[in-house]
Design a protein around this ligand. Structure first.
Ligand code: ADP
Ligand code: MG
Length: 235
């Protein structure tokens, strides 16, 4: 589903070139549950942004469902992103003036979904995320955990195949963080490919594939069959 071939991403900072990603090769199959860990500055967010078509590589090729997205014009990239990819951020990135329900509805609004369908999808998502009594609150009236659940609902309302989460529990207490991970794992069990960047070893180890980054490179890439959501549900 995802294939990165010799991907590089350089940033020019003053006179210096920073190699944020350095010759990354990576294949990801549909339905995988992947964690990306590594020290601050190792390129985790750059990699996730690139996978999410929020940024483009300086060199190399990115194939998404066999299509070379590195050469797609911006509008086609945006269309592919909205159909295929959901993104969740550490700082939630909700729109402050909009209610929870309106934030969740935004991608549908942008996609021109008819109002009846929009309302029914939003109310389903609101109830699935346990936000029924918070639907008409604005983000500043919500807890961190509730904000992140709104963000996850917004990221999945278009039924993406891939969900990318950049330190989604970084601003949350233990309990809310666990709730967010439970939701992401539930989505993975429904078939969505989940890729999560985290500093939390306990969270990272739950994934069935664990990637470690150092200095813009993939230092290790391990699969385990004994951890993660899928295995807990076997018995
Ligand atoms: P991580 O998420 O692992 O902490 P990042 O992907 O954010 O790391 O950053 C990787 C490297 O690229 C760092 O050295 C960072 O300073 C640099 N970098 C990231 N984004 C930019 C940018 N927009 N401009 C300049 N340098 C950047
Ligand atoms: Mg980061």
């Amino acid at each position: 589903m995802i294939e990165l071939i010799n991907i590089g991403r350089d940033f020019l900072v003053g006179e210096q070139t920073v190699h944020a990603l350095d010759d990354i090769n990576l294949s990801i199959d549909a339905g995988e549950y992947i964690s990306i860990m590594g020290p601050s500055g190792s390129g985790k967010s750059t990699l996730l942004n690139l996978l999410g078509l929020l940024d483009s590589a300086t060199s190399g090729t990115y194939l998404l469902n066999q299509q070379d997205v590195t050469v797609l014009p911006d509008d086609r990239q945006a269309a592919t992103r909205s159909k295929t990819i959901g993104f969740v951020f550490q700082a939630f990135h909700l729109i402050p003036r909009l209610t929870a329900a309106e934030n969740i509805a935004l991608p549908l609004l942008l996609a021109g979904t008819v109002p009846e369908l929009r309302l029914s999808l939003v109310s389903k998502a609101v109830s699935e995320m346990g936000l029924t009594d918070r639907a008409h609150h604005t983000p500043d009236q919500l807890s961190g955990g509730q904000r992140q659940r709104v963000a996850i609902a917004r990221a999945t309302i278009m039924q993406p195949k891939i969900l990318l989460a950049d330190e989604p529990t970084g601003n949350l207490d233990q309990k809310s963080g666990q709730d967010v991970i439970d939701i992401l794992e539930q989505l993975n069990l429904q078939g969505i490919t989940v890729i999560i960047v985290t500093h939390d070893v306990n969270i990272g180890q739950r994934a069935t594939r664990q990637i470690k980054m150092v200095d813009g490179r993939i230092e290790s890439d391990q699969r385990s069959s004994k951890t993660g959501a899928a295995n807990e549900n076997i018995d």
